[in-house]
Design a protein around this ligand. Structure first.
Ligand SMILES: [Zn+2]
Length: 244
């Protein structure tokens, strides 16, 4: 049998593990955080949807996606990485000039957990400055890299009255879907509801299947009666409703 002390040690260890597991689950939750507002979708009966593209901007892919959006007459939201934007400010300017929204996806795209407050602040503020340099004048919404956040990031955002934008449709999170644009389109059409926020990655070479899916996602959702909004437009349209 265990002694009293060994028992206490075991209970403490179990408690620490339980807290660590809970913290890990919370850190990757799309729908919960400890401070401020987190928005994985908006609660509405209207057939509106937001198309969001993470990472970049990169040359080539940006122009390809912008021309599809222009042909379809659709506005989207690009959550850009500060370091990429600094390299490719021209692509950032093109996104803004075409009337799309730029969001902040941190400067270096690291997981914003177990980081110091000054690191988090610099990651966000530096990227905001670059987004302004690209000419974007609207509200800059924030999306954490890998959707990861725990205490300090949400606290910083809440203190600065900024919302955390996540998503509720993520076709690329399933390897069997991610590798085939037909399946990406199918998954998005089957999963989108009024007020959904769709996440796609289109900026890097490896994301050719995602890029191939964009036009068919748009035409498929249009056929179902959806109209496309930027994150700011969607929040403005539903601000009086309870979200989630
Ligand atoms: Zn990302």
């Amino acid at each position: 049998m265990f002694g009293k002390r060994a028992k206490a040690t075991l209970i403490t260890a179990a408690a620490i593990i339980a807290v660590a597991i809970a913290a890990f689950q919370i850190s990757k939750s799309r729908t919960f955080q400890f401070f401020g507002e987190i928005i994985p979708r908006v609660n509405t009966q209207q057939k509106v949807v937001a198309l969001t593209f993470d990472d970049g901007p990169t040359p080539g892919a940006t122009e390809e996606v912008l021309s599809i959006l222009a042909e379809e007459g659709v506005k989207a939201t690009f959550f850009v990485i500060g370091a990429d934007l600094e390299q490719n400010l021209e692509q950032g300017r093109r996104i803004v000039a075409a009337g799309h929204e730029l969001g902040n996806h941190t400067y270096s795209h690291k997981r914003m957990v177990l980081k110091t407050p000054s690191f988090i602040e610099a990651e966000i503020e530096r990227t905001d400055q670059l987004i302004r340099q690209a000419g974007y004048q609207g509200t800059i919404h924030f999306r954490p890299p890998f959707g990861k956040k725990l205490f300090l990031l949400p606290r910083y955002l809440a203190k600065n009255a900024r919302k955390t934008i996540t998503w509720d449709v993520e076709p690329e999170s399933y390897p069997e879907i991610d590798a085939d644009s037909n399946r990406i389109v199918e998954h998005v059409l089957a999963s989108t509801r009024p007020g959904s926020i769709i996440l796609l990655h289109v900026m890097y070479e490896s994301r050719v299947e995602s890029r191939k899916s964009v036009r068919r996602i748009i035409s498929g959702l249009k056929r179902e009666g959806y109209s496309f909004k930027t994150i700011s437009e969607m929040l403005a349209a539903t601000d009086t409703l309870t979200r989630r």
